[in-house]
Each structure stands twice: as C-alpha cells, then as structure tokens.
Design a protein around this ligand. Structure first.
Ligand SMILES: [Fe+2]
Ligand SMILES: [Fe+2]
Length: 152
C-alpha cells in the first residue's frame, strides 16, 4: 500500500466507527464507551503516522501552499487531541451531553479528513513520485505495527 492508500484506509475505518457510535443512544453506555476507546486508539495511531512520517515529507516536497495546509492540519489534530477528545472521554456516555459533544467531534474529523483527501493528498500525488509514496507507505506500515503493539 502506498502512503495515500494507507491513510485513506484509516480514514474509512474512523468514519465507520464514528457512524456506529453516532447510532447509539445514552442507554448503550458500555457500547459507547468501548467504541470511543477504539476511536481514541485509532486516532492516536493515525495522527502519529501523519505527524511523524507523512506530513514532514509533504511539507518538504511542497512550497508555501503546502506549508499552510500542514499547519492547518496540525491545528485540527491538536483541537481534537487536546480539547475535544479528552472532553468526550470525561463525559458520561449515559447522558445526552455526550451525543452533543460527539457530534462536534464527528463534524471536525469529517471536515479534516475531507481536506486531507481533497487538498493535501491531491497535491502530494502531484509533488511526490510513486517510489516516494510507496516508501512512505512502507515506513508507516512498520511504524503502525510498533504502535499497535504498544497500544495493547
Ligand atoms: Fe489528519
Ligand atoms: Fe488523516
């Protein structure tokens, strides 16, 4: 898998998990908590791969426009990881408040994914060679294996 295929596969997985958790009600306390934990683990691995491997290569390959995209994407990661997700993890899944906070996180992530795929990945395909995207994919695959081991 090349870098873009790998990241898109993660996106599909997270989007599906967000749909599943959005279909739950405050009665499904245990299921909500489990799904949220899975989402948190998946997001942490995915953003680590992007920030350690993909984003720096993208920034290096590009110029001013890519630098701007890089900073915007990093801020969106930070908003989710430092604010929205920790809040949600501290919210009782048995409340309606949880659903409200979840909706905000879902919208943020869907927007972020859309921008990565429609803007960043599109530019990356133009700026990076097939070999480079393959090589980055391989690096991320390996790093992901390591991260999965430490997440267990
Ligand atoms: Fe991202
Ligand atoms: Fe992403």
């Amino acid at each position: 898998m090349n870098a873009i295929e790998l990241l898109k596969q993660d996106h599909e997985k997270v989007k599906k998990l967000l749909e599943d958790i959005s279909d739950t009600t405050e009665r499904a306390v245990k299921k909500r908590a489990e799904l949220l934990n899975t989402i948190a683990t998946e997001l942490e691995m995915h953003t680590t791969l992007e920030e350690e491997i993909f984003y720096p290569a993208f920034k290096k390959a590009g110029s001013r426009e890519e630098l701007q995209m890089f900073h915007e994407a990093k801020e969106e990661h930070r908003a989710v990881e430092a604010l929205v997700l920790p809040d949600l993890l501290n919210t009782d899944p048995g409340t309606v408040e949880f659903a409200g906070r979840l909706k905000v996180m879902k919208e943020l992530l869907e927007h972020h994914i859309e921008e990565e795929e429609q803007e960043m990945f599109k530019n990356a395909k133009k700026l990076m060679s097939k070999q480079e995207l393959d090589e980055l994919g391989k690096q991320m695959e390996e790093r992901k294996q390591e991260l999965m081991k430490s997440a267990v």
